[in-house]
Design a binder for this molecule. Structure first.
Ligand code: GLN
Length: 200
């Protein structure tokens, strides 16, 4: 199995590290030509959704990527990646790939509470570490969307068919400033969940 990681901006390296730990092959998507390589799944990393959306268009990647996901390519969006996939964003006039039937609330926790860490339940996995950095949350989900995690009554992880999103950053679990960490299994759990989505 090979998973491509969008590497235009943001925390892509940390995703590749997690895939390496799971012995999953990966490569970075930096330009349109990279899309011609074979891959079974795609990770859209955290960062700045506005910058990433703009770069996707400028580099001529946007439409091909959108089409691949529409045709069923498994995709996992973290934080800014969640915003790229959301059909609707409550407090942003921009829309990006707009494929997943959710409404996201951008920078929803405000400036002061923008970044925090907790351990909370993820459906089918149990408690895992969750690192939030100026994160969005999901305000509305469509009928075909399964809610996978909620924190303080706010939806922070969900799945619709081939699309998985988390508002938090599992790629930082175990290496965030060398601190926050669960067990090895907990730190790899969401990436493992995504690889199961691809292979099952
Ligand atoms: N606040 C960022 C955005 O709006 C997302 C933050 C993140 O990816 N850590 O795109």
């Amino acid at each position: 199995m090979t998973i491509a990681v969008l590497a235009l901006q943001g925390a892509f390296k940390e995703h590749i590290d997690k895939l390496n730990e799971l012995n999953i092959e990966s490569f970075e998507i930096r330009q349109a030509a990279d899309l011609t390589r074979h891959f079974d799944g795609l990770i859209l990393p955290g960062g700045e959704s506005t910058v990433q959306g703009k770069l996707l268009r400028e580099l001529g990647i946007f439409e091909d990527l959108q089409k691949k996901i529409q045709e069923g390519l498994p995709v996992y969006g973290t934080c800014a990646g969640l915003l790229l996939l959301a059909k609707d964003i409550e407090n942003d006039s921009r829309r990006h790939l707009a494929l997943m039937d959710i409404t996201a609330n951008r920078n929803a926790y405000g400036r002061q509470l923008g970044s925090f860490y907790i351990e909370s339940d993820f459906k089918g996995i149990g408690k895992i570490p969750m690192t939030f950095i100026r994160a969005p949350y999901i305000e509305r989900v469509g009928e075909s969307v399964e809610i996978l995690a909620e924190v303080d009554g706010k939806i922070v992880a969900a799945r619709e068919k081939n699309m998985l999103v988390t508002a938090f950053h599992p790629e930082l679990s175990g290496n965030f400033l060398g601190g926050y960490s669960g067990t090895k299994e907990q730190n790899l759990a969401v990436h493992k969940y995504f690889s199961d989505m691809i292979s099952l």
